[in-house]
Design a binder for this molecule. Structure first.
Ligand SMILES: Cc1cc2nc3c(=O)[nH]c(=O)nc-3n(C[C@H](O)[C@H](O)[C@H](O)COP(=O)(O)OP(=O)(O)OC[C@H]3O[C@@H](n4cnc5c(N)ncnc54)[C@H](O)[C@@H]3O)c2cc1C
Length: 378
């Protein structure tokens, strides 16, 4: 046995586990089937601009322990996410706030805005689907211009077929504040995501281009395995496939310094096939590149072999996942990360879960598991 732990996956979960375990004296080998480390945080320099290859990643947290931890490796810039929505050429600020209400109805005071919302609400005490739920909360205009098309593209289903609980709350802000997040801290790592992951992995033995599913004998080199990949794949899909929503990215280079004037634009009309366009240079403030790179995000139906992005946490999938999880717990397989836990977690929650996972392992609790709340992807 050369290693204490074999960690499958060099994404944020695997890298944090590796960092915490090696700092406690354990020897870790980290493998990934991709050719580079970082999982979905991976960036690539194009025209001197850090391009987020797997969708825009904005770090945010309200957890002081997570904030202190990441700041051991990097400081963060002052980026604040203030996306805008484009509905058939009409531009609206997000999240829904006084600027949006002014753009929609000319409302200038919170009272006026509340009156407009109240007047357009379609009241329903027992909404049966997402459409009824949203109409009840915010009324027809906000629903049709800013929510319906985007959500239907995102999930590939009509809002009438989606359950109300995927959007329990719709944050309405009655101040002129375009900051998308409410978290205490927010920003992009000054050293970049790739360097952050490399720092986390610096005391581990790292192998890329190795698929665990096809090279299981590698587990003989370690006492225990921490698995951050999809659990249905690990068990050969014996209880059936877990469903995901897929995403495809189209990159465009522009011979122009500034294409859209903001990092994130949401396209909320159903007729535009993509949900968002990202202009990557706006995440940082020191890019001197005369060019720009835009990525368009297209939600797609997921098939086995594609990158799994958003878990579809409906009842059927959650029950299927539980069967896999019970089996993994019985065998003492340590599951950590968004795929092994089959739930969307942002980076803060991912780090928090990895911390809890390592605490449990080092306390010798073989049922190392993490929390199980389900968040709507933002
Ligand atoms: C489109 C999108 C945008 C997001 N934006 C944000 C954001 O703005 N802010 C935020 O906080 N969070 C965001 N997130 C969430 C963030 O991506 C996750 O919190 C984070 O990536 C989870 O890390 P992970 O290591 O669990 O998973 P991953 O990043 O998926 O890493 C898992 C790794 O395991 C490897 N692997 C899997 N199976 C095997 C195998 N059999 N053998 C070898 N290797 C394997 C994979 O190749 C991968 O590299 C976003 C997520 C998505 C999908």
């Amino acid at each position: 046995m050369k290693f204490d732990y074999l960690i499958v996956g060099a994404g944020l979960s695997g890298a944090v586990c590796a960092n915490l375990l090696t700092s406690r004296g354990s020897k870790c080998c980290v493998i990934d089937r991709r050719l580079s480390v970082g999982g979905n945080l991976r960036c690539e320099k194009i025209h001197g601009i850090d391009v987020h290859l797997y969708g825009a990643h904005i770090f945010r947290t309200s957890n002081p322990q997570v904030w202190e931890y990441v700041n051991r490796f990097t400081s963060f810039n002052k980026f604040v996410n203030s996306p805008v929505a484009n509905y058939r050429g009409e531009m609206y600020n997000l999240p829904f706030n006084m600027n949006t209400f002014n753009q929609l109805w000319g409302a200038t005071t919170p009272e006026e805005a509340k009156r407009f919302i109240e007047e357009t609400r379609v009241k329903n005490e027992h909404p049966q689907n997402l459409e009824e739920h949203v109409l009840n909360l915010v009324g027809r205009e906000i629903y049709e211009k800013l929510i319906k098309g985007y959500t239907e593209k995102q999930w590939g289903k009509s809002c009438k077929e989606l359950p109300p609980d995927i959007m329990r709350r719709i944050p309405l802000r009655f101040t002129y504040d375009n900051n998308y997040f409410n978290d205490r801290w927010q920003g992009i790592p000054e050293i970049g995501y790739n360097a952050l992951i490399e720092k986390l992995l610096e005391n581990s033995y790292v192998l890329t281009g190795i698929d665990y599913t096809k090279n299981r004998s590698i587990s003989k080199s370690a006492k225990r395995v921490i698995y951050t990949g999809p659990l249905d794949e690990y068990y050969g899909y014996e209880f059936g496939e877990l469903e995901y929503r897929g995403l495809e990215f189209e990159l465009e280079s522009h011979d122009c310094e500034n294409v859209q004037g903001v990092a994130v634009v949401n396209y909320t009309d159903k007729d535009v096939p993509y949900t968002r366009t990202i202009e990557h240079k706006h995440f940082v403030f020191d890019t001197t590149s005369p060019k720009s790179v835009i990525s368009k995000e297209y939600p797609v139906k997921w098939k086995r072999g594609m990158e799994p992005f958003y878990p579809v946490n409906d009842r059927v999938n959650n029950e299927k996942y539980q069967k896999y999880r019970d089996k993994a717990d019985k065998e003492g397989l340590i599951c950590c990360g968004r795929m092994a836990e089959y739930k969307y977690t942002d980076m803060s929650e991912t780090i928090e879960n990895a911390m809890k996972c390592v605490d449990r392992i080092t306390r010798n609790d073989s049922s190392a598991s993490c929390s199980s709340s389900y968040a709507y992807p933002r």
